[in-house]
Design a protein around this ligand. Structure first.
Ligand code: DGY
Length: 379
């Protein structure tokens, strides 16, 4: 691995912050420079190794902004601590790449970027659902290959999801937003599986069902199911919105795929290893009417053998949160996390995280996942 280039902003800043990838927009950089930071940004698109990040920290570093593709475990947090740093933020809402216990052990607050990915990611899950159900990838490849010789009644017949059943695994912010998009937009009945009930979602859908009835339309329903199998057996499309941890690794495996309808759609915008990708390849091979839409992969960026050849799978390269507003928002929140901690601010403890995107952001660090464990005061 060759030497990576780093670009320096505000060289006279008194606190040194390393940023392991280029980030979109300029607001995040203004926030850091206004907080007196010299900001060093790696301009390479290669994933940095632990050693490369350690080398970039050197012997003096006050904070780091890292990526979900990097392994932020004990070796990096102990190096960060040794370099005198007091803050880290992942530029992502998910932080399965971060060993939060190790960071806490070294006294380093860990930030993430919730709240700005919700609608963007849910929309991509919707897009993948319909791209898979309506076979847009296959159809586009066919057309571009010059195979379209005229309209045919039998060309690319897909699945109509209108008024069918949508299954959501994990009804947190993104899962619940996807659920509402599918229920409101396509009048689907909802089954969801989550360790916690989502009463707001249930109440919303009950109110929406009443509204539909008041319009003379058939209502929709919402049910939290006890077992994943109950959901998989009944749903016409299933979208995964869980975190990745030991309990969700290969949550969707060969046995669970076998429970699903033969013409169901499975969508994953969470983390690749939640699905046993080899089992999915084999399932999709055996069941050509089964369809999958994937934004994330088990060995990202690599695909499991065979996945790339399957016509019944739609694949995109982990872009579910890739709208300009969201990605700039993620960068802004990550910068506010680090700038907030470096400025000695408390950790934000209110729902309205979007106030950090406004010109005058609150004097707090927007999202510090180990704030309580570190005894950081809450705002
Ligand atoms: C995240 O922030 O965790 C997302 O996966 C990025 O798209």
């Amino acid at each position: 691995m060759g030497q990576k280039d780093w670009r320096v902003h505000n060289p006279s800043g008194s606190k040194r912050v390393i940023v392991t990838k280029e980030l979109p927009g300029t607001r995040w950089l203004d926030i850091l420079t206004r907080s007196g930071c010299k900001v060093e940004i790696c301009t390479s698109t290669d994933v940095l190794s632990v050693d490369e990040i350690k080398a970039a920290m050197g012997t003096q570093c006050d904070a780091a902004l890292g990526q979900l593709t990097e392994d932020w475990g004990d070796p990096l947090f102990s190096a960060l601590k040794a370099a005198g740093a007091t803050a880290y933020s992942n530029v992502a809402v998910g932080y399965n790449n971060v060993d939060v216990d190790a960071a806490t052990k070294h006294g380093i607050p860990v930030g993430n970027t919730p709240g700005v990915l919700t609608e963007t990611t849910a929309q991509m899950a919707v897009a993948l659902t319909f791209a898979a159900a309506r076979r847009t990838g296959e159809a586009e490849r066919f057309l571009r290959a010059g195979k379209y010789k005229g309209w045919l009644m039998t060309l690319f017949l897909g699945e109509l999801l209108w008024r069918k059943t949508v299954g959501v695994i994990g009804a947190g912010r993104i899962g619940a937003t996807y659920a509402r998009m599918m229920v409101e937009g396509h009048k689907m009945n909802l089954l969801y599986h989550d360790v916690y009930p989502n009463k707001d979602l249930e109440n919303y859908i009950a109110a929406y069902a009443d509204f539909l009835k008041s319009q003379g339309e058939a209502p929709v329903s919402c049910k939290r199911v006890e077992t994943l199998e109950d959901l998989l057996a009944e749903a016409d499309c299933v979208s995964i919105h869980t975190v990745l941890d030991e309990s969700t690794h290969h949550l969707i495996n060969a046995d669970r795929l076998a429970v699903m309808k033969e013409n169901a759609v499975l969508v994953n915008t969470s983390r690749g290893p939640v699905v046993d990708e080899a089992a999915l390849v084999s399932h999709c091979r055996k069941h050509p009417d089964f369809r999958a839409g994937l934004d994330v992969f088990e060995d990202e960026p690599a695909l499991k053998p065979g996945l790339n050849e399957l016509d019944n799978v739609v694949i995109v390269p982990h872009i579910a949160s890739a709208t300009r507003w969201t990605r700039e928002g993620m960068a802004t929140l990550a910068a506010c996390n680090v700038a907030g901690i470096l400025s000695g601010y408390p950790a934000w403890n209110k729902p309205d995280i979007l106030s950090f995107l406004e010109e005058e952001s609150p004097k707090a660090a927007p999202s510090i996942v180990n704030a309580e464990a570190l005894g950081i005061p809450l705002f």
